[in-house]
Ligand binder design. Structure first.
Ligand SMILES: [Zn+2]
Ligand SMILES: [Zn+2]
Length: 148
């Protein structure tokens, strides 16, 4: 029997977010690429199941985890190289294309756009532009650019 080590840092799940987004935040907090975190969780899930794996790797209870919007197929690891997201039939022989797909289609594991003035961050450049226009005035932005 293998001993499952808890992740050193495990930010709590946020209810409106999906399991995939939580895995992203676990990866980010532990300075690990999303892919690596995803494989690690999958490997653990193969032995004890998806929810149990998430419970063992973090300190959160089943009741907290199941409240997340779960977009992952149950036992997705049993069909190799198939997209793990519910309702998606994408399949590729190569993991590289699978991750490209997960990033582009499901918006997981991609980079964030961080506002340079406040803590706001988003995955869509369009949302960052909207945020800058709504939350910061142009003097603030100019001042920031000058200081840079
Ligand atoms: Zn997919
Ligand atoms: Zn901002």
């Amino acid at each position: 029997m293998s001993i499952i080590k808890r992740l050193p840092i495990h930010p709590p799940p946020i209810y409106e977010k999906t399991v995939g987004e939580w895995i992203e935040s676990l990866a980010e907090a532990n300075l690990t690429p999303f892919k690596v975190m995803f494989f690690y969780i999958t490997k653990t899930a193969k032995n004890i199941g998806f929810i149990n794996a998430l419970m063992k790797l973090t300190e959160f209870s089943r009741w907290i985890i199941i409240k997340l919007e779960n977009k992952f197929k149950t036992d997705y690891w049993e069909k190799k190289r198939v997209c793990p997201i519910i309702g998606c039939k994408f399949r590729k022989k190569d993991n590289h294309y699978l991750f490209e797909h997960i990033e582009n289609v499901h918006n997981l594991g991609s980079g964030w756009y961080q506002c340079l003035i406040c803590d706001f961050k988003t995955k869509l450049i369009k949302d960052l532009e909207t945020h800058l226009n709504k939350s910061h005035n142009r003097f603030e932005i100019q001042k920031y650019n000058k200081n840079d």
